[in-house]
Design a protein. Structure first.
Length: 79
C-alpha cells in the first residue's frame, strides 16, 4: 500500500465551514470539527457571563458537555 500524504487531508476551519455551509459533507475530521465548534460556543457564552443552563440552551449541548469543557479549560489553565 502506498503511503498517504497527510497534506492532502489537512483543511482549515474556514474550508470546513464553507463546505458545511454549501451542503457538502466533510469526511475528514468532521467529529473533531463539530467538537471544536461546540467548545468555541461554550467558551464564548461563558465569557459573556452566561449561566450553565443558558449555555446548554444556546449552544445546544448537554449539561455534562458544558461541564466537561469548562472543567478541561480550568484544569489546563491551572497547569
Amino acid at each position: 500500500m502506498a503511503p498517504v500524504k497527510t497534506e492532502d487531508y489537512e483543511t482549515s476551519a474556514i474550508e470546513n465551514t464553507v463546505s458545511l455551509s454549501l451542503g457538502t459533507r466533510v469526511a475528514r475530521d468532521s467529529s473533531a470539527f463539530a467538537m471544536r465548534h461546540k467548545s468555541d460556543d461554550v467558551l464564548r457564552l461563558k465569557a459573556e457571563g452566561k449561566s450553565t443552563d443558558c449555555i446548554v440552551r444556546e449552544a445546544g449541548v448537554s449539561r455534562s458537555t458544558v461541564t466537561r469543557i469548562l472543567r478541561y479549560v480550568e484544569r489546563a489553565s491551572a497547569g
